[in-house]
Design a binder for this molecule. Structure first.
Ligand code: ZN
Length: 113
C-alpha cells in the first residue's frame, strides 16, 4: 500500500526530529504533502498509526496540508497548475514540463513534550 510506505518514511523523519528536539512523546505532527503524492488522508492516518506504533509518535495526531501542484513549461516558460495529472502546457502544448511543486513531503512542525 502506497500510504504505508510513506507513513513509514514519515515516522522515521518524525523520530529524527523528536530526537533533535529532545521530545520523548510526540502529540501532534503538522505535515505537508504535494498533490502528486496522491495520498488518501484517512488511509494515511490509519497507516501512520500503524507505522508509528512503537515510536515516540505513537498515537500522535496528524494535521495534513496538501500543497497544490505547479508545473513549468520548459518550452515557453509558462507556469501553471495542472487540472489533473501531469499534462501538456496549456499555452504552447509542449510536453516538456518541469515539476515545481507537487512531490513534496515534509514535516512543518511537531508538538510534544
Ligand atoms: Zn509552453
Amino acid at each position: 500500500m502506497h500510504e504505508l510506505r510513506i507513513a513509514e518514511d514519515l515516522a522515521a523523519m518524525v523520530e529524527g526530529y523528536a530526537a533533535e528536539a529532545g521530545l520523548t512523546k510526540v502529540e501532534k505532527i503538522n505535515v505537508s504533502f504535494g498533490q502528486f503524492i496522491q495520498i488518501v488522508p484517512d488511509l494515511f492516518v490509519a497507516a501512520f498509526s500503524e507505522a508509528a506504533r512503537d515510536t515516540v509518535a505513537a498515537g500522535a495526531e496528524l494535521d495534513i496540508e496538501i500543497i497544490p501542484a505547479e508545473l513549468r513549461c520548459l518550452h515557453c516558460g509558462s507556469g501553471y497548475r495542472p487540472a489533473g495529472d501531469l499534462c501538456a502546457c496549456g499555452i504552447c502544448g509542449s510536453k516538456e514540463i518541469a515539476l515545481i511543486h507537487g512531490k513534496e513531503l515534509f514535516v512543518k512542525s511537531i508538538e510534544g513534550e
